[in-house]
Design a protein around this ligand. Structure first.
Ligand code: NAD
Length: 357
């Protein structure tokens, strides 16, 4: 199979972890006789520094022309400490999601048994957890009108959703539920928000078409609590952009670390694959970042964008084998992990590559 893959490392640890995602793709191409051609582009702070624009036109054109995108992360401490900055790295990410029509963000909470003790939750609560989040990605308060009064004493972000935006992601989530545990939990705040009432109405209507899927509606505050109380009760979770952003970070602790969670953003065109974590200024450039989320993003790319299920399985199995052999990065190590089993980004990436043979 011939594919053109665009790598956008972005900022901070994004640069470090995508190196390993790319190396894994190269190894898979060699093993299974595929031709993956790579190109690279800038985005975020890295792009602002060079062009003044967090998403240069050239990057967008390359993205549209590629078969899949491997993304790292954007963000820089300079902007986190300056909320008044007009040009910001995250504008690039929001724009590329909108331009590529990436309305569905899939976040599997894949729990490796070897990491049961890496979580702050009890192993007996976690064991057997297998959740697939569908987070809406191109609507909600992220894209609504933003205002600040001239006297600087008032600010507002408009939360809005169109019926079609809810329907298209809900359909994808129902379809996925059919192939899994046949359970869908739609998370909203319909007791308070009008957008959530529309959301719930649309999901209720669609649920009639998917009567083989057990559908449940849950308020976001309750879902946040249930997720740590009894994560096993969830199968597919469908939710809006803001709620999904927060819930999936919470869920990352089930998997042990942000450094373990991959995501796929899909729509009608090119798919976009990235770890759920950010640019992590606190550890950037120190060879401390866990590359596994980027490597697992590659598994999602192979499966979802290229339909290469066996190759995807090879990648996830290599990650599982690496963990079974006891190798850990700092974020997934605990007090019992022997010091000589704790690796840096580069060494961890090399271990995974060695398990793909
Ligand atoms: P973060 O995800 O970058 O980091 C949160 C914590 O998790 C940090 O302590 C970090 O060290 C740790 N962590 C994250 N990924 C890790 C990995 N692979 N291995 C080991 N530890 C890891 O979130 P933050 O600190 O809130 O934000 C930092 C910057 O990233 C900000 O500028 C923010 O805007 C940006 N951000 C970008 C994205 C994205 O590009 N998709 C997502 C979230 C945050």
């Amino acid at each position: 199979m011939k594919k053109n893959i665009l790598v956008i490392p972005g900022d901070g640890i994004g640069q470090e972890v995508t190196t390993w995602g790319k190396k894994v793709l190269e190894k898979i191409a060699e093993k299974y006789n595929h031709e993956f051609a790579f190109d690279e582009a800038i985005m975020g702070h890295a792009a602002i520094e060079v062009t003044g624009n967090p998403l240069p036109d050239e990057t967008l054109e390359k993205a549209k022309a590629s078969d899949a995108i491997l993304f790292g992360a954007i963000g820089h401490i300079k902007y986190d400490n300056d909320p008044t900055a007009k040009v910001r790295p995250e504008q690039g990410l929001l724009k590329i999601r909108k331009e590529l029509g990436l309305y569905a963000n899939l976040r599997p909470i894949l729990l490796f048994d070897e990491l049961l003790d890496a979580s702050s939750l009890k192993p007996e609560i976690l064991k057997g957890t297998d959740i697939l989040f569908f987070r809406e990605l191109t609507g909600d308060v992220y894209f609504g009108e933003k205002k600040r009064s001239e006297d600087n004493n008032f600010a507002s972000d408009l939360m809005n959703y169109n019926r079609y935006e809810v329907e298209r992601i809900a359909r994808k989530a129902f379809e996925a539920a059919r192939t899994r545990g046949k359970k869908l939990c739609s998370v909203d705040k319909a007791n308070v928000l009008e957008t959530s009432r529309l959301w719930r109405e649309v999901v209720q209507e669609l649920a009639k078409e998917y009567s083989d899927v057990e559908t449940e509606h849950m308020f976001i505050d309750n879902a946040a609590m249930q997720l740590v109380k009894n994560p096993k009760k969830f199968d597919v979770v469908l939710t809006a952009n803001l709620f999904g952003d927060i819930l999936t970070d919470e869920a990352s602790q089930i998997a042990g670390s942000m450094g373990m969670l991959a995501s796929a953003s899909i729509g009608d065109g090119t798919g976009f694959f990235e770890p759920i974590h950010g640019s992590a200024h606190d550890i950037a450039g120190q060879n401390k970042a866990n590359p596994l989320a980027s490597i697992l993003s590659v598994a999602l790319m192979l499966d979802i964008s290229f339909g290469l299920q066996e190759e995807a399985k090879t990648v996830t199995t290599a990650v599982a084998d690496t963990l079974k052999a006891g190798w850990r990065t700092g974020d997934i190590a605990n007090a019992q992990t022997p010091a000589d089993k704790i690796l840096g980004t580069v060494e961890m990436g090399e271990k995974v590559l060695a398990f793909i043979n």
